[in-house]
Design a protein around this ligand. Structure first.
Ligand code: PAF
Length: 282
């Protein structure tokens, strides 16, 4: 596997029409699954590792975000990546970080990233930074397909909308959704799980348990109540635990449309999110 720091090297004909997996490193098997999916679709697979400063709020974990490049490279080689792109902040944001922060604050985002009052309310400014860096990475890597996990469901919807709204900029790029990968007890894999203490790790299973109860509930109200009770009992400081329209992420108005249960909360200092599709119409 090649390690690429200079964006100019991405122009190599051996990386043309690649499948692309953007990451912030601290990789786990959820990322491994994205790379394996890209590899099985054929062609070269490029993975980026870039801890993007513009998507972290001032009181968030940018400085302490885990950086584990050696281990990451081992996982990527095994999963079948062709190249890993590890750009500097200057390579991604040549006009400087201050200009990038201003640009990210001014990003025009689709309603799915600004109206639901989910991650957009909990992490103001976050999606501007995500949209900015993902668009920039797409321009540098020029992939044919890009792979995103469903665990960050609102992020996934933002990127789907951003790409489909601007074919002049993103061309034929297709966004491929990949299912959340879970630990044996149901906890969704996340780079932030490594922050959890042993007792928080035990309590964290409440998120997937809450989603399971939501899936079995007959109505939106029952699903939301079941999630709140389960999370509260486990000591999760709940930010939201809701059922929403799976496409708009707004409150459900048409019970015939697919719905999604979404949770965010904190255990100690660690913020966790999870979500699942709800099969039943209610
Ligand atoms: O999901 C992530 O890891 C990040 O938000 C992404 C998409 C790599 C952008 O920095």
């Amino acid at each position: 596997m090649r390690i690429i720091e200079d964006p100019a090297e991405l122009a190599s004909p051996t990386l043309r029409d690649c499948g692309f997996v953007p990451t912030m490193g601290a990789l786990h098997d959820g990322h491994g699954a994205l790379v394996r999916a890209a590899a099985s679709d054929g062609g070269p697979v490029v993975v980026s590792i870039f801890v993007n400063p513009t998507q972290f709020g001032p009181r968030e974990d940018y400085a302490r975000y885990p950086r584990t490049l050696e281990e990451d490279c081992r996982l990527l080689t095994k999963a079948g990546a062709t190249a890993v792109f590890v750009p500097s902040v200057e390579a991604v944001y040549p006009r400087g970080l201050e200009a990038a922060r201003a640009e990210s604050a001014a990003m025009l985002l689709p309603p799915v990233a600004t109206e639901p009052r989910l991650e957009d309310a909990s992490r103001p400014g976050h999606f501007g930074g995500v949209a900015l860096v993902v668009a920039r990475l797409f321009e540098l890597v020029l992939p044919q397909r890009a792979y995103f996990g469903e665990k960050d469901y609102q992020q996934l919807r933002l990127i789907e909308e951003m790409v489909s709204a601007d074919s002049a900029r993103f061309g034929e790029l297709s966004i491929v959704r990949c299912e959340t990968v879970r630990q044996d007890d149901g906890l969704a894999m996340s780079s932030r799980n490594r922050y959890l203490t042993q007792s928080e790790r035990g309590a964290a299973v409440a998120l997937s348990r809450a989603l399971r109860l939501a899936r079995g509930a007959q109505t939106v109200a029952h699903a939301e109540q079941a999630m709140l009770t389960t999370l509260e009992r486990a000591g999760v400081q709940i930010e939201y635990a809701v059922v929403r329209d799976a496409e708009t992420l707004l409150p459900v108005v048409d019970s015939e449309r697919p719905a999604r249960a979404l949770i965010a909360g904190k255990l100690g200092e660690t913020r966790l999110i999870d979500n699942c599709a709800l099969e039943r119409h209610r």
